[in-house]
Design a protein around this ligand. Sequence first.
Ligand SMILES: Cc1cc2nc3c(=O)[nH]c(=O)nc-3n(C[C@H](O)[C@H](O)[C@H](O)COP(=O)(O)O)c2cc1C
Length: 414
Amino acid sequence: MKRLDDFRLQLGKHELVPIMVGGMGVDISTSMLALEAARLGGIGHISDAMVPTVSDRRYDTSYVKTKLKQYKLNVASSDKSSVKFDLGLLAEATKKHVDHAMGAKRGEGLVFINCMEKLTMNAPKDTLRVRLASAMDAGIDGITLAAGLHLGSFALIEDHPRFRDVKLGIIVSSLRALQLFIKKIARTNRLPDYIVIEGPLAGGHLGFGMDWAQYDLATITQEIRDWLRVEQLNIPILPAGGIFTGSDAVRFMEMGAAGVQVATRFTATKECGLPDDVKQEYFKVAEEGIEVNTISPTGYPMRMLKNSPAIGDGIRPNCEAYGYLLDASGNCQYIDAYNREVAAHPGAKKIHVMAKTCLCTQMRNFKCWTCGHYTYRLKDTTRQNPDGSYQLLTAEHVFHDYQFSTDDRIALPD
Ligand SMILES: Cc1cc2nc3c(=O)[nH]c(=O)nc-3n(C[C@H](O)[C@H](O)[C@H](O)COP(=O)(O)O)c2cc1C
């Protein structure tokens, strides 16, 4: 049987190991993780989700404090429409994050950034334009457009000097979404350089409804592959979601994929940004301990561990500090859910909000444990320590296991 290393991903002039480590916000796919994937000849992703916050933690800036100070008087108000991001500071934070990663890059691989459209930041177009342009200014190799249809995203950056040289990709979960995207960007006279096809078993937000279980990645991949052939569009496709072994990946390569995007297995690595005690929760979880729910204020279903501390937590909305999910009118579904609970329990010291979660604060604090469907298999990829905890892996170990394994085998660490 073939192994993934028998294939190469051709992306422009780059010939790569066909493994793309997917973006995982907020700083779960750290620059350390992305850099390892690039060093080993593949593609790694950093994420621009909540990048000012990430910068504060990593590079000792104080963007969050500054924003909170500016909007302090608004904290008690449920009208968040005035709480805006300073676009200059947003650009600075993005550049710092990208600069840091690109400056440390070694090897033949590439470092991309994952940009989610659903981070509407109380000024969707302006903030997205700044995020995309600043990443390009700072020399990012590529941008993966995620969590949204991105029908206007190419147009936002078509005047940027790097628009035709930076690699631009889109994540879709259906042929229909891809067709819409291709139609909308026709005017810019530029096609995406790659398409990630994300199926229903992925981590993070899903591009499906709560009927996600009725879909499967192989079928969607075939539909998209066949349509691209008919349209004579030669764009590399990378399936994602539930590709757990090198052999799973090979099956997609034999179907015509140019590479695969994977993430869950890398959550068990030292380079992953989750705190170590949370990584142990990922190892320990059983299949029944994982659910897809609707608590994300984005409106997309999201997969997570059922024991995530975020579920049912009733903290006060924290938009003055964060506010990444405020829509164009300054609304967030969590604010509404929170206000309903407060009104229903007057005087209560602590409330529980089950309908939605304050995703910014919970992701920032690693309390929303989003994960892929096969997270319950992580325990089979490592060894258990005498105290019952699981041994963390290195990104190199997991990357090589995808690259070289055959017959659905998973190599355990030494
Ligand atoms: C913890 C976690 C966080 C994720 N966060 C994001 C994200 O911020 N943006 C995004 O586009 N995809 C996100 N994803 C999806 C991955 O990038 C990837 O496409 C998918 O999980 C691949 O499937 P796998 O995890 O089964 O390998 C996340 C996945 C995980 C496991």
